[in-house]
Write a protein that binds this ligand. Structure first.
Ligand code: HEC
Ligand code: HEC
Length: 280
């Protein structure tokens, strides 16, 4: 086996074991898996602010919900259904953590309360101050025409969007055309920075986007969401105009060609001439 590959695998396994073995496991897990969508005392993100969650809900409710919120919601649990509806039916991804690991996360959330209480930060939109330039660069990055600084894969490899500027795209993952409506800029940025989805996490491990790149791609996805109603009509009219022109030019050119050919080389004459030469 390739030596470099072996080394990388050993390193990844090493880092993994190191992370798992750490005392502040709850904090680690929270930051890698939950922080994309939740804050502790810093306000609503994709999901609700989790400060005080241990007072609001029982451990018996929280552990199964965190493990698989979809299962709890499907079971018809009133609280779960209510919070799911309140958050526009965004699915919280299931996690494969043990009960002990989930409890460590909940303990971390309790211990972090002090941190949040004094810090009533108003979350400013990361897109305030962005311009058309950000959207343009975001399109280039999203579609892979411009590589990411840390060599992360182009989003278009897995995702598609309704955008005539992009010709081919992946269908492995979700269509992101409306993601901005659901997640908002904070949510999109959070998902890009620490994706809560295993496939995407794997793709961007050690290939983090820079802060600037996160903003550009988020600005682009906002633009896609806003422009989506205009995509279809423009798409069709330009396509029709283009094909119309092609058909017109083709017919026109063949007419012209036929016309000149007939004038210069009358077929009948040639055939008539040939045998007369042979006879002579
Ligand atoms: C992709 C975004 C996302 C990720 C990642 C995520 N959550 Fe959530 N979470 C949500 C949303 C959205 C809700 C609102 C309920 C719903 O839509 O299912 C929620 C609800 C919750 C609730 C219920 C809150 C309440 O007020 O009842 C808890 C507890 C929770 N999440 C904990 C976690 C923990 C712990 C993690 C990490 C292991 C995590 N979540 C990861 C999006 C996420
Ligand atoms: C290796 C494949 C892969 C790549 C590359 C990738 N993603 Fe994802 N992404 C996923 C998967 C898988 C999901 C989980 C949702 C699903 O199953 O479609 C996801 C989910 C998301 C979501 C949440 C969608 C929603 O509405 O819940 C966003 C936003 C997102 N990706 C943005 C991006 C952006 C921006 C890039 C480029 C920087 C990117 N992704 C690159 C695989 C990928």
């Amino acid at each position: 086996m390739n030596k470099n590959l072996m080394n990388s695998i050993l390193l990844i396994v090493g880092i993994f074991l190191f992370t798992i073995g750490r005392a502040d496991e709850g904090e680690q897990l929270f930051k890698t898996t939950c922080a994309a969508c939740h804050t502790i005392g810093k306000g609503r993100l994709v999901g609700p602010d989790l400060s005080g969650i241990n007072q609001k809900r029982s451990k018996e409710w929280l552990v199964p919900f965190i493990k698989s919120s979809t299962t709890v919601i499907k079971s018809g649990d009133t609280d779960a259904v209510a919070i799911f509806k309140e958050y526009n039916s965004i699915m919280m991804p299931d996690v494969a953590y043990s009960e002990a690991q989930i409890v460590s996360i909940l303990n971390y959330i309790s211990s972090d309360i002090s941190d949040g209480a004094q810090e009533q930060t108003v979350i400013t939109d990361i897109l305030s101050g962005t311009t058309l330039e950000n959207i343009k660069v975001g399109l280039l990055l999203f579609s892979g025409k411009q590589p990411f600084t840390n060599e992360g894969p182009a989003c278009v490899g897995c995702h598609k969007v309704k955008d005539e500027r992009i010709f081919s795209s992946g269908t492995l993952a979700k269509d992101l055309t409306e993601s901005y409506d659901i997640l908002g800029s904070a949510g999109i940025a959070a998902v890009i920075k620490s994706p809560p989805f295993p496939v995407m996490t794997a793709a961007f491990t050690n290939h983090d986007l820079t802060e600037e790149e996160v903003i550009n791609v988020t600005a682009y996805l906002k633009n896609v969401s806003e422009e989506r109603y205009y995509q279809r009509p423009t798409d069709f009219s330009t396509t029709f105009a283009f094909f119309g022109l092609v058909v017109f030019v083709t017919i026109f050119m063949s007419t012209v060609l036929l016309y000149f050919k007939r004038k210069k080389f009358p077929v009948n004459r040639e055939i008539l001439d040939r045998p007369s030469k042979v006879i002579n």
